[in-house]
Design a protein around this ligand. Sequence first.
Ligand code: MUC
Ligand code: MG
Length: 367
Amino acid sequence: MKISKVEAIPFAIPYRKPLRFASGEVTAAEHVLVRVHTDSGLVGIAEAPPRPFTYGETQASIRAVVDGIFAPQIIGLSPLEREVMHTRLNRTVGNPTAKSALDMAVWDLIGQSLGVSVTDLIGGYTDRMRVSHMVGFAPPGEMVAEAERIRGLYGITTFKVKVGRRPIELDIEVCKALRAGLGDGVELYIDGNRGWTPSESARALRAMEDLDLTFAEELCPADDVLGRRWLVSQSRIPIFADESVSRPGEVTRELLAGAANGVSIKTARTGFTYSQRVLHLCEGLGVEVVMGNQIDGQIGSLCSAAFGAAFELTSRRPAELSNFLDMSDDLLSEPLQITGGTLHVREGAGLAIEIDEDKLAHYRQDG
Ligand code: MUC
Ligand code: MG
């Protein structure tokens, strides 16, 4: 089986309500559907979510790099030649979500050709993931109401609270209101998306010390090299890295620098191949991980769940799999369901992604 064609299809699906956070906001899922065709007729599928505020990629840049550089480099390869594919893709720096979508589509092909799910293929640990929901910026009362709504509708009891860039007092008020409103039975953690300085981070964490936060994610930028080490050395709440650990080398750098205690793994930026390398690096070093969300649609969430469920360490804690709930629609023929706070991995070969072609025709942007 050889790769015969690669499609990069831009599509846009409006959000029901925007997601706002310290580094940006998302009002529509302007993603790129990647389909890797083979001469055997099998087609591997994944999606790339452009996040210019995190990786510099746009919908147009993802299309351009896939069509103009990556597709010619991988057409003719067997899907099993993953290392050859990555060696070629890595001649181009950056473009993590474009590369990852290709990687995941290729793993989808391998699973399909063997008749096994990607989860079973790469680890086979479990068939489900508990879900954590991300609560974006809004006035405190609205953030509490949103968390209560999500708990009521989907049984989710773990919440990631967006903080940073707004007045610190407001973030403290939000976290206190969430703990008071939702009670001790829920798990809370915060994500600053690089919105605070180290001293602001330390001050906010001190004020939140009695709120039983599980951890705090990417409070200040990776370039605050000494400041981040200082923060980790004196924080009683574990500090997790997200934007600063977008590839294995960065994971090594941040962990060895003492600039983080835990790592967010996002299949949208490290696919399945490099997510495994990040996971094994963390495992070897005794470092906790969380399955993060790149504000994925249902295809991306399905990919993230497929990876998370494959391994014990990634299944330990709830994964961020619910951002798609903010979207008004999606492309899957059979929508993902979260019930009792849990998302089940798709049964079926590969990633078992079935696209609703009518919806794709409706939402695609390339005429
Ligand atoms: C997250 O965990 O930070 C927002 C920015 C980004 O890079 O990812 C999202 C969610
Ligand atoms: Mg984050």
